[in-house]
Design a binder for this molecule. Structure first.
Ligand code: DC
Length: 220
């Protein structure tokens, strides 16, 4: 099986670019952030805040996460409920970042991600795919862009969905998430040693897709 690991900070364009690449290559696209988001939603609904002062392992006993591919699109299910849209709010983003720093949560999701890559040709995006989840991935790409560029992209995306969040709020959230994701003790966001680093700050969508497509084709 062929696996393409795409890691990088929030807003670098991982998901939109990966989706397009998956179509071009005929692979499935696995958005691993959605798995952390679904667990974050469960904790939000449980009334916890990002300090997560609770027995995480005990809480996880009541969590079942599934993903299904419907018309080529990944849908995420939390205890049987399709939460694919509900996990996209700013609160769910922050909670996803918080839960993802917890070792039991990472352990809980690890085998599920590896199984998908054993059984399918995948483009998998996240933070630790090349470093932890798929250390033997066929191709590893670290996709990044300046924090202002990333915040602006996320701001426009949220606005389109009717969110009232301001650019400053999105930028502040992005900085907090960058810090959390890069400085946690377990599986922090960092490029794998054998990854190709691509900065999309000055690339538009098509240029980004082409750049990655060429890197992948060359490595395959
Ligand atoms: O990619 P995203 O923004 O949907 O991810 C949501 C959060 O999940 C992000 O703040 C970090 C975490 N995450 C992670 O720790 N490891 C992954 N492989 C994917 C996401």
């Amino acid at each position: 099986m062929i696996s393409v690991a795409i890691d990088g900070p929030a807003g670098a364009g991982k998901s939109t670019i990966s989706k397009q690449l998956a179509k071009k290559l005929g692979f499935i696209y696995v958005d691993t952030g959605a798995l952390y988001r679904a667990i974050g939603l469960k904790f939000l609904r449980g009334g916890f805040d990002t300090k997560l002062e609770c027995d995480i392992l005990a809480e996880l006993e009541n969590v079942k996460i599934d993903i299904k591919f419907i018309d080529g699109e990944q849908r995420v299910f939390l205890n049987g409920e399709d939460v694919s849209t509900l996990i996209r709010t700013p609160d769910a983003s922050m909670m996803a970042s918080a839960v993802s720093a917890k070792p039991p949560v990472r352990a809980f999701l690890l085998e599920m991600q590896r199984k998908l890559a054993r059984e399918n040709n995948v483009i998998m995006d996240g933070r630790d795919i090349g470093t932890v989840v798929l250390p033997d991935a066929t191709v590893k790409i670290f996709l990044t862009a300046s924090v202002e560029t990333r915040a602006n992209r996320r701001f426009l995306e949220l606005k389109e969905r009717g969110s009232a969040a301001t650019f400053e709020e999105v930028l502040d959230d992005m900085k907090v998430r960058d810090y959390n994701d890069s400085n946690r003790a377990i599986a922090p966001l960092k490029p794998a040693e054998d990854s190709v680093i691509v900065d999309t700050s000055d690339l538009d969508f098509n240029q980004s897709v082409d750049t990655l497509y060429n890197i992948i084709k060359e490595k395959m």
